[in-house]
Design a protein around this ligand. Sequence first.
Ligand code: ADP
Length: 519
Amino acid sequence: MSSSLRKIGLLIIGIIVLPVLIFSVFEIGNLRQNEKVIQNIYKNQLDAILYSINQYSDDIVSNLASRIENSLNNYKTDTVPELNRLINENLSAKCLIQFNNKLQFRLSVPASYADSTFLSEMVTILDSNNKTLLQLQKFMKEGYRKIEKISNNSSDTQWIVFITRADDQEIINVLVIDPQKFISQVLDPKIQEIAKGKFNIAAFRTGEDLPFYTSNKQFNPGKIDNKEPFWLLKNYQMGIELKDLTIADLAKDRIKRNLILVGLMDVILLLGAWLIFRNVTKQIELSQLKSDFVSSVSHEIRTPLALITMYIETLEMGRVKDNNKVKEYYSVILNETTRLSGIVNRILSFSQIESNKRKYCFSETDINEIVENAAITFRYSMETKGFIYSFKPDKNIPLIPVDREAIADAFVNLIDNAMKYSTEIKDIEVRTGISDKYVYVEVEDHGIGISEKNQKYIFDKFYRVTEMNLANRVKGSGLGLAIVKHIMDAHEGKISVRSSPGSGSTFRLSFPVKLLKQL
Ligand code: ADP
């Protein structure tokens, strides 16, 4: 048995435990890698959001450029007021200065900016950015207006250059804006819309840790890792963070969750493996008990049969003349036949129970009466074996709906056992009573008793106590108590035992009184 168990154990380890462990180690290894990939995906998503803000600022200036171009063409004589209106509309624009393609001053809106030092400084800077201007012109020729930032000497303003056309003339426009206002007033509505409670978006001057603008006023930025420069604003950056968690927190959270899941799955699978192993062990033990049962029952049947045959042969030969001896032989034959039919009945009764064929027929009965009637059948054999039997009935117990025959069987089983497992003190006492809403009948002997460990198993089918060679010394099938338990279950009752090795056992059958009302 132990070698087949070892084989099954190894098999379970091989097909469940090992793969589970390998899978878990592999999964845990993969988790970090997966999280890095996810972290990158998140980062790319955040970058895409920053990209869309840059795209939006480009659109705003492009749109303004188109409207400037339209006003140059549509309000030829009255361009300046229209341009003034456009510049005033844009909350961050300080002024618009226009030059022709030879960098000669054309106009300034508002006019107050057209002072000569400012203009000559602007021309010098534009001149030094000749390459950029050429590029803008090239794009314009190809039908596409590009917007470019140009550095100037003041950090409070940003120059943005683009080309417009009027009367087939190219005009170089320098839009001077306040970068902080551009972000916090012009871009703010768009940023708010994008952030929508999910992200914190902030704007910084390059080199500064604290932002001068945040999408959420309560936002207290730590160190934002995800930063991108503004395309149109030199020395300005924007940063983005998930609102409640950083990406690292998010990744940590996911790792934790996945680790818990892998752990949980391992526990479930290992528990499953353990359950399978336990089940198989039980089945193997049961088949071992069954084969023990077959050999012990064959032995039990063979012994009385041999005795019966021997005594009948002796009587048949007519050798026994003494009448007393003849009587004694007949009584042995009767005893052995009773024992034999007892064994056969028990096996039949058990097989009925196993196939769920046993039917019970309940009727309100006085348990004392069942005990008294049953005593008639075993009293003689008890006396001949030297037992002292006493019955202490409680006359006040209520009637209980039971299957009389089944309960008599159960009771006789307990009496049989009490006799089988008694040694020197051959006192058997039966009591009935009521306790805790249960009517009970109990059988007390002063026999060998049962250890606490074995008390747990004696109601299992085929189980026999093997300590001190008991199973061989006292004949039995290991079915009696299993049958009694089944009968008690069918009555919604209980069977219990109080026992200690060497000082005897008391088996109690308890029937719930409430059954009376139910039926
Ligand atoms: P068996 O045919 O072996 O008596 P049972 O199912 O009636 O089968 O009992 C199971 C085991 O419980 C017995 O083998 C015996 O070891 C133990 N047992 C039952 N009744 C008693 C008792 N009155 N005293 C001591 N041991 C008992």
